[in-house]
Design a protein around this ligand. Structure first.
Ligand code: AMP
Ligand code: ZN
Ligand code: FE
Ligand code: FE
Length: 284
C-alpha cells in the first residue's frame, strides 16, 4: 500500500480541487494522503467537509514557507510541512493569514517588474485564473506560457520568477522556530519538506541545520520525494535516524501545472510505504 503526503489543490497552486484529489486517490488506490497547500488550510478543510472516502486515510496538512535559521543562508525553498494539525487552531490560522497577506502584497510587485521588461500580465488575469484562490508564482508562470512570453513554466521560473531572477520579489515569512512552534501548538507534526530543494551543498551544513531544527521541535524529514535520488533518500534516512526524526514522503503533486508528477508515484517510480503513515499517526 502506497501513500502520498504532499499534494497541492486549487486552494493554492494545484489544478485539482480537494474533492477531485480524493476521487483520484481512490482510483489510484493510494491508502493515505495529505493535502498540503502553501500557507493555507483551506484545501484540507474543504476535503474534510466534502467527506473522506472510506478507503483513503486523510491527514489535514499545510506547507508553510519559512525563513531558515539566521546562520543558514540557503538560497532554496525552506518549507515546513504541518501534519494532523487542528485546522481551527487560531494561532496557526493567524500565522497563515499573515503569510497570505505577504503573498498578496507581492503579486503586484512581480507584475510590475515583468511589465518593466515588456511582459504585460494584469492582476485581473491572474485573479480570473485562480478564481479567487491564493495566487502563487506558478499561476503567473502559467499565464506567461499562455501569452507566449515563456516556453514552459520551468522556463518562466528560470528566466524571470525564480529566486535571484529579475522578477523575483521576496516576501515576509516567519522564522522557522516560530513556524515549527505554531504547528506544534496546533497539535500537529512539523516536518522539513524536500531537503534537496534547500540547495545546501555541504552535508555537514545540512546535518547542523537538522540538529538546530530538531532542537526547535522539528519532528520529521520528507525523505521520499520525486527529486531525491536513491542515494539521497538513503542519506536523508540516516539523518532522520541520527536525530530521532520521523520519515515522511510525498510527490508534491500539483496536477496540470506540473504534469510530469503523478499523484502517488511522482515521476512514475516513487513508492512511499504505508508504514510511514502508521508511524506518523502513532507518534501523535
Ligand atoms: P510561491 O508559492 O509563489 O512561492 O511558488 C512556489 C511554487 O513554485 C512551488 O509550488 C514550486 O513548485 C514552484 N516553483 C518554485 N521554483 C520553481 C522552479 N524553479 N521551477 C518551477 N517551479 C518552481
Ligand atoms: Zn506549489
Ligand atoms: Fe515546497
Ligand atoms: Fe509543495
Amino acid at each position: 500500500m502506497r501513500i502520498d503526503l504532499h499534494i497541492h489543490s486549487t486552494a493554492s497552486d494545484g489544478t485539482l480541487s480537494p474533492s477531485e484529489i480524493l476521487t483520484l486517490a481512490q482510483q489510484l488506490d493510494i491508502a493515505a494522503i495529505s493535502i498540503t497547500d502553501h500557507d493555507t488550510l483551506k484545501g484540507s478543510e474543504d476535503a474534510l467537509s466534502c467527506g473522506i472516502p472510506p478507503s483513503v486515510k486523510f491527514l489535514p496538512g499545510v506547507e508553510i514557507s519559512a525563513d531558515p535559521p539566521p546562520a543558514f543562508d540557503c538560497s532554496g525553498s525552506f518549507h515546513i510541512l504541518g501534519y494532523a494539525v487542528d485546522i481551527h487552531n487560531s494561532e496557526l490560522n493567524h500565522t497563515l493569514s499573515m503569510l497570505r497577506d505577504s503573498r498578496e502584497n507581492r503579486n503586484p510587485c512581480i507584475l510590475k517588474l515583468l511589465s518593466d521588461m515588456g511582459i504585460e500580465i494584469a492582476l485581473e488575469e491572474v485573479l480570473n485564473l485562480t478564481g479567487g484562490s491564493q495566487i502563487g508564482r506558478p499561476h503567473i508562470a502559467q499565464l506567461m506560457v499562455k501569452k507566449g512570453y515563456a516556453r514552459s513554466i520551468d522556463a518562466a521560473f528560470d528566466e524571470y520568477l525564480g529566486n535571484g531572477r529579475p522578477a523575483y520579489v521576496n516576501r515576509f515569512r516567519f522564522e522557522c522556530e516560530q513556524t515549527i512552534t505554531a504547528v506544534l501548538n496546533a497539535g500537529g507534526i512539523p516536518v522539513l519538506a524536500h531537503p534537496f530543494l534547500l540547495n545546501i551543498k555541504e552535508n555537514d551544513v545540512l546535518e547542523n541545520l537538522i540538529a538546530v531544527l530538531a532542537e526547535m521541535g522539528l519532528r520529521g524529514i520528507e525523505v521520499y520525494y520525486p527529486e531525491h535520488t536513491k542515494d539521497l533518500m538513503a542519506y536523508y534516512t540516516q539523518l532522520a535516524r541520527r536525530h530521532d526524526l520521523l520519515i515522511t514522503g510525498g510527490t508534491d503533486f500539483h496536477g496540470d501545472i506540473k504534469p510530469e508528477i503523478k499523484m502517488g508515484s511522482g515521476k512514475g517510480d516513487l513508492f512511499i510505504p504505508f508504514a510511514l503513515y502508521e508511524k506518523l499517526i502513532s507518534s501523535l
